[in-house]
Design a protein around this ligand. Structure first.
Ligand code: UDX
Ligand code: ADP
Length: 459
């Protein structure tokens, strides 16, 4: 079959895999190939056990795989055969040298740019999908056009706004698709080609364009604003615990103001995920680079409050459980950074686990999708840690349960049965405020929600 376009994506991760699967699904007239340096990952994408858990993803992959969606390790062939290349490789926070702990590590990104340059024989449109610091596209264009090979490259910024757990829904009906380009004739032509791809299923009103720097910056700012809402509500949750106000009532009351809105104001043990912290630190680094220290401090405080929320959670556990956790068995219900994903990158559960191990507690970790990642995350932590998928078995014989992830299944457990199997006095720390606290108290638990009065049987 002759395809209208040949699209390549370099990087088959949480962003590249689902995004390309959706393009292939919606556009059978295009050939979409996803390549990665990791052969194991590619083998998983080609199997019935996809490398990531995402509701609805398997169906979308299955419908297009080997029809017009292909997963491969042959990066060179992919580059040669395609006209449009999405780049979706990892851009973690730098761990070394200048900007360590703050700036984005661009080594994978630059390697990709150099590989494209080395292999390309015809002009290409390069699309930044990974979240990158402002002006990366410019750097990429300079690298790509450095060898005077007589091949023209246009670089576009097209940040991905999907959230894990709802990726398929977000890709199918995005709030907006943002495409940044340079405003030259060739840049605008490249932009229009990308618009044409999305217009296969997204209404053109929802496809917006901007200059390339606005597009790169918008992604960082969107994540910073979302994270800021969570840190704002979490900061108030600590005040609620001191004053007997109830954070759910406060959130409900402020959220009904349509200027504020009711989404993203659920108090929690803290936000996690691969993006929020990394992107805010990136923004902070950029601001400091330009001497905007007040602005940098302002955004950095969003991360500080998130760290404080996790510390506070463990401190509350310690004080509630008679100031010692040593030798006590604690069940973490959930390990993923949010429900409906197996992803554990930056999950608050890692920090909580570390702090509990520091107190010499013994941990039993339960999660329906994230145990494999949890084991990898905690393998060097030391301490006594076991991994048990069945929540009833995980909680049995423990002194306390701490809810880390808002999985629906935790709302429906038989807590009477769980209480019977636990050490007494039994404690429950609901880091997501998803459980029926009054009912748990009635069963006999000492209950510690986030931002609400605690309920104990000790008066
Ligand atoms: C985020 C952005 O939402 C998405 O647009 C971007 O493309 C990538 O980063 P993601 O990290 O997948 O997506 O998940 P998100 O739903 O934003 O949740 C992030 C964290 O915030 C999770 O740990 C979640 O549990 C927490 N959260 C979210 C809260 O604690 N309270 C809330 O009200 C909402
Ligand atoms: P994200 O959440 O941004 O998608 P992931 O870490 O899930 O990030 O995915 C990034 C993918 O990019 C990984 O599968 C990694 O193996 C791949 N990758 C990194 N560098 C390269 C490279 N130079 N060529 C091809 N793939 C790469």
């Amino acid at each position: 079959m002759i395809f209208e376009k040949n699209i390549l994506c370099i990087g088959a991760g949480y962003v590249g895999g689902p995004t390309m699967a959706m393009i292939a699904y919606k556009c059978p007239q295009y050939r979409v190939t996803v390549v990665d340096i990791n052969p194991e990952r590619i083998a998983q994408w080609n199997s019935d056990e996809l490398p990531i858990y995402e509701p609805g993803l398997y169906e979308v992959v299955k419908a297009s795989r080997d029809r017009n969606l292909f997963f491969s390790t042959d990066i060179e062939k992919g580059i040669i055969e395609s006209e449009i290349i999405f780049v979706s490789v990892n851009t973690p926070t730098k761990t070394f040298g200048v900007g360590a702990g703050m700036a984005a590590d661009l080594q994978y990104w630059e390697k990709t740019a150099r590989q494209i340059l080395q292999c390309a024989k015809t002009p290409k449109i390069i699309v930044e999908k990974s979240t990158l610091p402002v002006k990366t596209a410019l750097a990429m264009e300079r690298i790509l056009n450095s060898e005077n090979k007589g091949i023209h490259f246009d670089v576009l910024s097209n940040p991905e706004f999907l959230a894990e757990g709802t990726a398929i829904k977000d890709l199918e009906k995005p709030d907006r698709v943002l495409i940044g380009s340079s405003l030259t004739d060739s840049g605008l032509k490249a932009r229009d080609e990308l618009v044409e791809i999305y217009a296969n299923w997204v209404t053109t009103d929802n496809i917006i364009t901007s200059n390339i720097w606005s597009s790169e910056l918008s992604k960082l700012v969107a994540n910073a604003f979302l994270a800021q809402r969570i840190s704002s509500i979490n900061s108030i949750s600590s005040l609620c615990e001191e004053t007997d106000a109830d954070i759910s009532e406060v959130a409900h009351a402020i959220g009904m103001d349509c200027r504020i809105g009711n989404r993203f104001i659920n108090a929690s043990v803290g936000f996690g995920g691969s993006c929020f912290k990394k992107d805010i630190l990136n923004l902070v680094y950029l601001c400091r680079h330009y001497g905007l220290n007040e602005v940098a401090d302002y955004w950095e405080s969003v991360v500080k409050i998130n760290d404080y929320q996790k510390e506070r959670f463990v401190y509350n556990m310690l004080t509630a459980m008679f100031n010692t956790l040593a030798g006590k068995k604690i069940c973490l219900l959930g390990f993923a950074f949010k429900a409906n994903t197996g992803d554990t990158r930056e999950t608050p559960a890692i920090t909580i686990a570390q702090k509990l191990i520091d107190e010499n507690a013994e941990l039993v970790i339960s999660d329906p999708q994230a145990l494999k990642n949890a084991k990898a995350d905690l393998k060097d932590m030391g301490g006594k840690i076991s991994y048990v998928e069945d929540p009833y078995k995980a909680a049995s014989g423990t002194h306390a349960i701490a809810v880390m992830t808002e999985w629906d299944l935790y709302k429906e457990l038989d807590y009477d049965k769980i209480y019977q199997s636990m050490n007494k006095p039994a404690f429950i720390f609901d880091g997501r405020n998803i459980l029926d606290h009054k009912k748990l108290f009635g069963i006999g638990f000492n209950v510690f929600p986030i931002g609400k009065p605690s309920m104990t049987h000790f008066d």
